[in-house]
Design a protein around this ligand. Structure first.
Ligand SMILES: Nc1ncnc2c1ncn2[C@@H]1O[C@H](COP(=O)(O)OP(=O)(O)OP(=O)(O)O)[C@@H](O)[C@H]1O
Length: 277
């Protein structure tokens, strides 16, 4: 049984039923890391939010999302909340919006642990500090006692990683987790993510604009364009033998070995107007 099985997932928004996802299907096996790459507005984030059960109320969803064998579509908020953080967790792009500015970082990570395991505060503190150390924070006691604004962007993003990993979820969804960081910090956070995923054996859906980033974390990748998956395969195959014209355009303009981390992919307009074929 696949860990995540998405079949013919469609999402439309609002009364005018604007289509954001057009019947996509894919699976993630336990421990597998799958990249989802595509330009802004192609539907990457709505795919992630659908799996988390966090779509806004004006979203009309069709198809099927099975996580660990259970159909998620149609579950009530209580059932979805039980799975969030424990079975599946998400790392968002902007750590400042994911962290509560008024609460010390250690307490925020401990809350996620307590919510799902009921761990008492003494042992929770120990687990939290150990987890902060695991994601590469040098002074985990100090970080645990700090408020978010007292940390650097890279430290905050690693605290978010700790929060996403503390309950050993089976699937971690990362939505542009390092886009807001500068290049050297980005590389370090990706390395810690890679190590933490390897240590826990968690699967990962990794959303990014960035060819270089996807190859650091994933071996399989899907290319999304206008709410559809237009190509999927191993990172190596995609970059050596891309089949879809859009993917060919991406690869032609951004050879993987020449893309510095942080560089954005060309957008579709560049492709159609720039003669990348
Ligand atoms: N709450 C909403 N109401 C209406 N339309 C929405 C809503 N959220 C997303 N959309 C639309 O769904 C489509 C897909 O958006 P999505 O955020 O998934 O793109 P993305 O690929 O993640 O882009 P980015 O890389 O910029 O985050 C877009 O056309 C967007 O305008």
């Amino acid at each position: 049984m696949s860990l995540l099985e998405i079949s013919d997932l469609g999402i439309e928004f609002g009364r005018r039923r604007v289509r954001a996802l057009d019947g996509i299907s894919f699976t993630i096996e336990p421990g597998q890391r799958l990249g989802l790459i595509g330009e802004s507005g192609s539907g990457k984030t709505v795919t992630a939010l659908a799996v988390m059960g966090l779509l806004p109320p004006n979203a009309v969803v069709s198809g099927s999302i099975r996580l660990a064998g259970d159909e998620l579509l149609g579950l009530d908020e209580g059932e979805l909340a039980k799975r969030r953080g424990k079975l599946v967790s998400m790392v968002f792009q902007e750590p400042m919006t994911a962290l509560d500015p008024t609460m010390r970082v250690g307490r925020q990570v401990a809350e996620v642990l307590r919510l799902h395991t009921g761990t008492e505060s003494g042992p929770a503190r120990e687990r939290v500090v150990a987890m902060l150390a695991d994601v590469g924070l040098d002074d985990p006691q100090r970080v645990a006692d700090a408020f978010p604004h007292q940390l650097s962007g890279g430290q905050r993003q690693r605290a978010i990683l700790a929060m996403a990993l503390i309950n050993s979820p089976e699937l971690v969804i990362c939505d542009e987790p390092t886009t807001a960081l500068d290049v050297t910090v980005q590389a370090m956070v990706l390395q810690k993510l890679d190590q933490a995923l390897t240590a826990s054996g968690a699967a990962c859906l990794f959303i990014t604009h960035d060819l270089a980033v996807v190859s650091q974390v994933c071996d399989q990748v899907m290319v999304m364009l206008d709410g559809r998956i237009v190509e999927a395969g191993s990172v190596e195959k995609l970059f050596t033998n891309p089949e879809h014209p859009y993917t060919r355009g991406l690869v032609a303009t951004a050879r993987l070995d020449q893309v510095p981390p942080g560089q954005r992919l060309p957008v579709v307009e560049d492709f159609y107007s720039g003669g990348h074929r």
